[in-house]
Design a protein around this ligand. Structure first.
Ligand code: XLS
Ligand code: NI
Ligand code: NI
Length: 440
C-alpha cells in the first residue's frame, strides 16, 4: 500500500523551479568539502512529528486523519507507520530518521509486555531499513508522556519511577544499538521543576548525574559505539529545565565528571527559548569540542513557545552552518527535522513540502556560509583581535604576565587605539553571501 500516492521521487530542479515538490537549492549530489551535500548535511526525519503528529494543540483535538489511523490493531498501526516512514524517506531522498521508543510501538500493561511489543516493531523496522538503506541517526526514550513521569524521570521524587526510567533507557539503548544508530539522545523531558517550594534541587541534580553515569556505563558495557547526546532546553514542560542551555549543561556534566561521555544535540527553537541565537549555542558547544548533532526547526519570537516550525529563516541557517563548517562538519550527527507542520496544514503532502523547505533552507544556508567565509569575514575577526598576536598581548595569551607587569606596562600610556566593530558592514557581507549563494 502506498501512503503518499500523489507524490513521486523528489528531484532537484534548481532555483528557477516553482514546483513545490522539487528541490531548488538542495542538490544531494553537489560536491561540498570533499563530500556531497547529502553526506555533509545528513538530513533526518523525526518519526514523532511526521508520523504521530495529528495537529492537536492545547486548544483543540486532532486535526489530521492519516491512512494508518484506520488500522485494525495498534500493532498493525505501528507496522503501517514503519512502511509510511520508509516510503516517505525514499521519496524525499532522506537517509536517516530519529525516534523515541514510544513513537514506534504502543505500551503494554507492564514494562515486560511493552518491551515485547517494541521488539516486534523493531524486528520489522530493522528488516525494512536493511532493504531500503534507511539508517538511524539517533534513538531516544520518551520519559515524559506517561503520567508516571509527572514529577520527572531521573529527577522524580519516586525511586520506582527512577528505576522504571532506567529500565526504559536500558532497552532504548539496546534497540538503538540493534538498529545501528549513530547516536542516542537525552532530552530532559520533565527533568526540572515548576516550584522550588516542593523541590529538593540538590537530590534531583545528583540523581540526574547518577542516571546519566549508569546510562554511559551501560552503553559501554554492551559495546554501543554511538555518540551520547544531551539536548538542552530551558523550559517546557517544566518552568525550569535543568539542561537549560549548552553552557549550563556543560557545567553540570563537568561537575559530575561526565563531560567525556556526552556531546550536545542543539535545537534551534530551544536556543531561542533560552534567549540565545542558534549560532550562540552551536559556538558554545563547538569551542568546548562538544558539538554533536542538530535538531533543525525554528520558533516564533512573537509566540515564545516551542512551536517547532520547519526551518526557513536563511539568516539562522547561514549562521548555523557557518559554525558547522568551522566544526569540520556534523558527522556522526546530522540535521534532524524536529519540526511539525502547522495545524492548518491539512494536506498530508504538506509533510513533503515542509521537509523540502527545510532541506533547501539548510542547503542554501550552508552555501551562503561558505560564501561568507570566502568574503574574508573571518579575517575581520582575526584582525580585530590582532593586539594579542604580539607585544604585551602575546605575553598575556602565553600566560607570561601578572597584574604587576600589566600595571607597569600601561601606567604611563596616554592613549589606547581601538578597532571598529563594524557590525553594519559585516551584516552587509552576510546579506551579500546569502544573495550570492542563492544566485548560483
Ligand atoms: C522537545 C524535544 C524532543 C527531543 C527528543 O522539545 O525537542 O523532541 O528532540 O526527545
Ligand atoms: Ni528536539
Ligand atoms: Ni523541541
Amino acid at each position: 500500500m502506498a501512503f503518499f500516492p500523489g507524490v513521486d521521487k523528489i528531484e532537484f530542479e534548481g532555483k528557477n523551479s516553482t514546483n513545490p515538490f522539487a528541490f531548488k537549492f538542495y542538490n544531494p549530489n553537489e560536491p561540498f568539502e570533499k563530500t556531497t551535500l547529502r553526506d555533509y548535511l545528513r538530513f533526518s526525519v523525526a518519526f514523532w512529528h511526521t508520523f504521530n503528529g495529528n495537529g492537536q494543540d492545547m486548544f483543540g483535538s486532532p486535526a489530521f486523519i492519516r491512512p494508518w489511523d484506520n488500522a485494525k490493531t495498534s500493532l498493525d498501526k505501528a507496522l503501517m507507520k514503519v512502511d509510511a516512514l520508509v516510503e516517505f524517506c525514499e521519496k524525499l531522498g532522506v537517509n536517516y530518521f530519529c525516534f523515541h521508543d514510544r513513537d514506534i510501538a504502543p505500551e503494554g500493561k507492564t514494562l515486560r509486555e511493552t518491551n515485547a511489543i517494541l521488539d516486534k516493531v523493531v524486528d520489522y523496522l530493522k528488516a525494512r531499513m536493511k532493504e531500503s538503506g534507511l539508517k538511524l541517526l539517533w534513538g531516544t526514550a520518551n520519559l515524559f508522556g506517561h503520567p508516571r513521569y509527572a514529577h520527572g524521570a531521573a529527577t522524580s521524587c519516586s525511586a520506582d519511577v527512577f528505576a522504571y526510567a532506567a529500565a526504559q533507557v536500558k532497552k532504548a539503548i539496546e534497540i538503538t544499538k540493534e538498529l545501528n544508530g549513530d547516536g542516542y539522545v537525552f532530552w530532559g523531558g520533565r527533568e526540572g521543576y515548576t516550584t522550588l517550594l516542593n523541590t529538593d534541587m540538590q537530590l534531583e541534580l545528583d540523581n540526574l548525574a547518577r542516571f546519566l553515569r549508569m546510562a554511559a556505563d551501560y552503553a559501554d558495557e554492551i559495546g554501543f559505539k554511538g555518540q551520547l547526546l544531551i539536548e538542552p532546553k530551558p523550559m517546557e514542560p517544566t518552568k525550569h529545565q535543568y539542561d537549560y542551555d549548552v553552557a549550563t549543561a556543560t557545567a553540570f556534566l563537568r561537575k559530575y565528571g561526565l563531560e567525556k561521555h556526552f556531546k550536545f544535540n542543539v535545537e534551534v527553537n530551544h536556543a531561542t527559548l533560552a534567549g540565545h541565537t542558534f549560532n550562540h549555542e552551536l559556538r558554545y558547544a563547538r569551542i568546548n569540542d562538544m558539538l554533536g548533532s542538530i535538531d533543525a526547526n525554528q520558533g516564533d519570537l512573537f509566540l515564545g513557545w516551542d512551536t517547532d516550525q520547519f526551518p526557513t529563516n536563511l539568516y539562522i541557517t547561514t549562521l548555523g552552518m557557518y559554525e558547522i563548517i568551522k566544526n569540520g562538519g556534523i558527522k556522526p550527527g546530522g540535521l534532524n527535522f524536529d519540526a511539525k507542520i502547522r495545524r492548518e496544514s491539512l494536506d498530508i503532502n504538506d509533510l513533503f513540502i515542509a521537509h523540502i523547505a527545510g532541506m533547501d533552507s539548510f542547503a542554501l544556508g550552508l552555501k551562503a556560509a561558505k560564501e561568507l567565509i570566502n568574503s574574508g569575514f573571518d579575517k575581520f575577526v582575526e584582525e580585530k583581535y590582532s593586539s594579542f598576536n604580539q607585544g604585551i598581548g602575546k605575553k598575556i595569551v602565553e600566560g607570561n604576565t601578572s597584574f604587576n607587569d600589566l600595571e607597569r606596562y600601561i601606567l604611563d600610556k596616554e592613549s589606547i587605539l581601538l578597532p571598529s566593530g563594524s557590525q553594519e558592514y559585516l551584516e552587509t557581507l552576510l546579506n551579500r553571501a546569502i544573495l550570492l549563494a542563492g544566485a548560483k
